[in-house]
Every structure is written in structure tokens, then in C-alpha cells.
Design a protein around this ligand. Structure first.
Ligand code: UAG
Ligand code: ATP
Ligand code: API
Ligand code: MG
Length: 476
């Protein structure tokens, strides 16, 4: 698909130099998209954008824009994405989009590694930023705003990248951030509770994710679906109805099935049944959830030009993703400290159950819940921590504009016996001090993050660095 001719012509006619939906970023010659939002209404900023030199305003019909050209559209967010594509028309030829509640960042990074191993010039982007063989660049969103998204794809294509895997968040899908990309294949991991601050309920959240498959992925493009939950199975039904090629994967997968996992200290032997044939793979990563993500990446790789042989070799060469069951170090008695990004009930459940087979002693967990995010998941995360860990320390994780103490109390409804230590560094220290030789500490919720968001300020904070400093200190 090329950018729509009407949009290319429109940009030419206006002599427009750029596009933004933030009046504060308008520069002379740009088109300002005035979008009604969740907190503000972009239409209130039209005068400000015109004053700064906007040449046209994209917004709903019948909006007053004075002498400035009006690009009227019943769905201005969708048109914003289409115009962004017209400004940044290039796109790597093979683009894969991955959705699901948990596992997106891990899967796109694993897929990038498998492609690179098979000799493709590959990249991926999402929560962790953009990763290509040229290195790393940060990004603000899991699925960036349409302009940032198309600019990223355009630049990657210019760099010679042919294969890109990206994360599709439910916010991104609802807000049409990725409607103007050409998808070659798409994938689904799972759907469990998250973001109920934004979506009305689980059905609404699912429909947001389902858009990727039923509206954005072309009918002739394959889909790779994990069928271990009812949502994955529902997507299979919908895809088959559209006549799409489905690769069904997971413990219950029909095309790639995980038959058995044998955990070792820092790796696992996977027995996979692929199209009816058994294969043994030594995955150099620990944790059941990592094997599910590795299999999703394999399924997508096989649908985008990688041979089975190269795909399996790629799995055996995978390196872990920052902040996903990352080993920060160990105490002088050998008790490991892991950093993980689990920030949902299911994520914590999978994380703690992944660590259990590797731990002879007790599991200590330090975690919290983010402010200005789904409050309903707090006691549920508390309960799952109390169920699967032996000692729970509840601490702060990006309280944002909420009262941090109140968030911790809400978590502790699910784990009343937990220790309550607001300051994250103090909590991590307390966790490390609890460890005996056969124990393990899991610090969850922040993963790769480099800051603690308090109010609207970001205070530098890295779980990995703090844990390493304390480990070095206590082993002196
Ligand atoms: C809830 C949400 O997704 N909000 C995103 C959305 O904002 P919005 O349209 O609702 O913005 P708003 O603040 O109500 O303002 C409306 C419009 O007025 C404009 N405005 C506002 C003020 C001003 O002075 N001038 C101006 O023009 C804004 O730019 C916006 O276009 O569109 C904005 C522009 O693209 C995003 O920056 C913003 O992300 C906010 C900051 C955010 O925190 N989003 C998170 C929740 C998010 O998107 N997360 C997902 C992943 C989550 C996950 O899977 O775990 C992600 O993909 O990152
Ligand atoms: N397949 C999975 N099933 C359940 N939990 C998982 C799975 N994969 C990862 N997790 C848990 O979720 C955490 C986040 O993983 P990852 O960053 O890959 O997910 P994500 O979908 O990108 O998250 P986000 O929505 O924040 O972008 C991991 O640290 C782990 O605890
Ligand atoms: N993408 C997720 C990440 C949550 C990470 C956790 N540290 C938090 O701040 O809640 C979100 O924005 O909801
Ligand atoms: Mg992510």
C-alpha cells in the first residue's frame, strides 16, 4: 500500500512542512491536528496553532478555523495517521505487529534476533525504544504517536532495514496510531487484566486488541495466535472466517505446540511439536513465559521468510531482554536477584511460577503498582504475590499523581502480611538482607525503567543499578 494520493496531493497543495497533534510543537508551515482527547480537547488549541504558523487544521467537520484551511474529517485521528504516512512514506518491506497484554516487548526483540541470525537487516521497537544493528534509540510510548511511528519506519527503511517487529498496544490500536502501516504478519500472546482505567471492561479491551487482526492485518497476511486462552481461540475463529492463514501456537497450539519444558539453572530444554514433528531446543533463557514468547517469535519468523532450521538455531542463540527476568547479581551466599517488568496479576503469577523451579529456598518479592493506572489490579497483584512468594515487600512503583501510601494500602488488601516500605531502595535493601543461600529475590514492576515517576517529575532510578550497588555493599 502506498500513501493515499489525496493526502500526498493535499500536502503538496498546502506546501505543508510537517504534521503534529500538539499545538506546542507547531512550527510555521505545519498542519495541526486538533484531536479531542482524554484530558484536553485539541480544538481548544487551534488559535495557538494558527498563531504559531499552522497552514491547515485537521479536525472534525464544522470547526471554526478562520482564514486557515480546514481539513475536515469525521475521524481525524485516523486521517492523522494517513497524513503521517504521506509525510513519511517509506516502510521496511516486512513489518510485523505484535499484541497481547504481556510478552509484546520480549517477542518483538526475540523476533528481531531470529531475523538477524538468519541474515536479515532487522529492527524492532516498542516499550524499550528502537533496536537495530545501528544500536538503540529511546521512544516515549509502546506504540508511538502516528507521526513518530511513521518517521521511525521511514528512517529504518532508509537505513536499509527490511524486517521490523513492532508492539501494538491497545491504546495505540484504539487511537488509530498504526492504521496506516502495511502489516505483513501479526501476532497475539494473551489477554488478561490491565488498563481498566482506560478500557471500560475486558470485552472492550479485547475488541481494541482484536482490531489488529480484523481491521489492520490484510486478509492475505498470516496471523500467529497463542491459543492458551479463550481470547486467542476467539481470534482463530475470526481469522478463519476471514480466510486468513492461522499459525496456532502455545501449550495448546495446533501448528507449534510446546510439549514439555525442562528447566535448568539459567536455561530450559523445550520439546516442540511443529507441524506434527518433534524438535528439541535448548533455550538459553529461564522461565516458562520466556519460552512462550520465544515460540511466538519463532511462529512469526517462519511466516516471514525464515526457514525452520534457521528459526530453531535462532532460538538457541537468543539473549534475554533488559528487565525481563534479568539476573542483576547474587549475594555472597549465591542467592540470585532478578529484575522483571511484571506489572499485571498474570505477569506476577507467571513470573513467580517461573522462578519457583529454580529456587530451593524461599522467594522474596519486592513490587508495587503504578499510580494513574488500573486501580482494580492492585489487590489482585497483592494476592498473587502472597500466594506464590514466601515473603512480600510492597513498595512504590511510579505513584505519578496519586498518593503513594494509598496505592500501597490498596495492594496490601491482597497481601495483608506483607511488609510496607515506600522507598524503593530501602525495600530492595530489606529484600536482599532477607536472603539465605538457597533463596531468591525478585524485584518486579519496573524492569528496564530508568526513573521513578513521582507527581509529574521523573527521579532517576534503576532497579538493576540499585540492586547491584546494594549487593556490592553487603558483600564487602
Ligand atoms: C491515554 C492516552 O493514551 N493518551 C495519549 C493521547 O492523548 P490524548 O489525545 O488523550 O491527549 P489529551 O492530553 O487529552 O489532549 C488532547 C489533544 O490536545 C493536544 N494538546 C494538549 C495540550 C496543549 O497545550 N496543546 C495541545 O495541542 C494533545 O497533544 C492531544 O492531541 O495521545 C497523545 C499524543 O499521541 C499521547 O501522548 C497520550 O499518551 C499519554 C501521555 C499516555 O500516558 N499514554 C499511555 C497510557 C499509553 O499510550 N500507553 C500505551 C501502552 C500501555 C501498555 O500497553 O502497557 C503506549 O502505547 O505507550
Ligand atoms: N507470555 C507471557 N505471559 C505472561 N506473562 C508474561 C509473558 N511475557 C512476559 N510476561 C510478564 O510480563 C512482563 C513484561 O513483559 P514484556 O515487556 O515482554 O510485555 P509487554 O506486553 O511488552 O508489556 P507492556 O504492555 O508494558 O508493553 C515480563 O517481565 C513478565 O513478567
Ligand atoms: N506500559 C505499562 C507499564 C507499567 C509499568 C509500571 N512500572 C507502572 O508504572 O505502572 C503502563 O504504562 O501501564
Ligand atoms: Mg512492551
Amino acid at each position: 500500500m502506498k500513501p493515499a494520493k489525496r493526502d500526498v496531493d493535499l500536502i503538496k497543495r498546502l506546501g505543508a512542512t510537517g504534521l503534529t497533534c500538539d499545538s506546542r510543537a507547531v512550527q510555521p508551515g505545519m498542519i495541526f491536528a486538533a484531536l479531542p482527547g482524554t484530558i484536553a480537547d485539541g480544538r481548544d488549541y487551534i488559535p495557538q496553532a494558527i498563531e504559531k504558523g499552522a497552514v491547515a487544521i485537521l479536525t472534525l467537520p464544522d470547526t471554526e478555523t478562520g482564514d486557515t484551511a480546514l481539513i475536515a474529517d469525521e475521524n481525524p485521528r485516523l486521517r492523522y495517521g494517513q497524513l503521517a504516512r504521506a509525510f513519511y512514506p517509506k516502510q521496511p518491506q516486512t513489518l510485523v505487529a505484535m499484541t497481547g497484554t504481556n510478552g509484546k516487548s520480549s517477542t518483538v526483540e526475540f523476533l528481531r534476533q531470529i531475523w538477524a541470525n538468519a541474515g536479515y537487516n532487522a529492527a524492532c521497537f516498542g516499550t524499550l525504544g528502537v533496536m537495530s544493528d545501528k544500536g538503540y534509540a529511546p521512544m516515549t510510548h509502546t506504540t508511538p504517536d502516528a507521526v513518530a511511528l511513521h518517521k521511525t519506519l521511514h528512517n529504518l527503511a532508509e537505513q536499509g532495514v527490511t524486517h521490523v517487529a513492532m508492539e501494538a498496544s491497545s491504546h495505540g490500536l484504539v487511537q488509530y496510531r498504526l492504521d496506516a502501516v502495511d502489516i505483513a504478519a501479526s501476532g497475539f500472546s494473551n489477554l488478561t487484566q490491565d488498563h481498566f482505567d482506560y478500557h471500560t471492561d475486558e470485552a472492550d479491551y479485547f475488541e481494541a486488541k482484536a482490531r489488529l487482526f480484523t481491521e489492520l492485518t490484510p486478509q492475505q497476511a498470516p496471523v500467529v495466535l497463542t491459543v492458551d486462552d479463550e481470547y486467542g481461540r476467539e481470534l482463530v475463529t475470526r481469522a478463519e472466517k476471514r480466510g486468513q492463514a492461522v499459525t496456532s501456537i502455545g501449550w495448546a497450539g495446533a501448528d507449534i505446540r510446546i510439549d514439555e519444558l525442562m528447566p535448568h539453572a539459567a536455561s530450559q530444554d523445550m520439546t516442540l511439536v511443529i507441524d506434527g514433528k518433534r524438535h528439541q531446543v535448548n533455550l538459553p533463557l529461564a522461565g516458562e513465559f520466556q519460552s512462550l514468547n520465544a515460540v511466538a517469535a519463532l511462529g512469526l519468523a517462519l511466516q516471514t521468510g525464515v526457514s525452520l532450521d534457521d528459526g530453531l538455531k535462532g532460538l538457541e542463540a537468543l539473549t534475554g531482554v533488559a528487565g525481563r527476568l534479568e539476573r542483576a547479581g547474587q549475594t555472597q551466599h549465591g542467592a540470585p536477584v532478578f529484575i522483571d517488568f511484571a506489572h499485571t496479576e498474570d505477569g506476577l503469577n507467571k513470573l513467580l511460577r517461573s522462578v519457583r523451579p529454580h529456587t530451593r529456598g524461599k522467594i522474596v518479592i519486592v513490587f508495587g503498582c503504578g499510580g494513574d493506572r488500573d486501580p482494580d489490579k492492585r489487590p489482585k497483584m497483592g494476592a498473587v504475590a502472597a500466594k506464590y512468594a514466601d515473603h512480600v515487600i510492597v513498595t512504590d512503583d511510579n505513584p505519578r499523581t496519586e498518593d503513594a501510601e494509598a496505592i500501597r494500602r490498596a495492594v496490601m488488601v491482597g497481601c495483608p502480611k506483607a511488609e510496607n516500605i515506600g522507598d524503593r531502595e530501602t525495600a530492595i535493601r530489606a529484600g536482599i538482607e532477607k536472603l539465605s543461600a538457597d533463596d531468591c529475590l525478585v524485584i518486579a514492576g519496573k524492569g528496564h525503567e530508568s526513573g521513578q515517576i513521582i507527581g509529574t517529575r521523573v527521579i532517576p532510578f534503576s532497579d538493576v543499578e540499585v540492586a547491584r550497588e546494594i549487593l556490592a555493599e553487603v558483600s564487602k
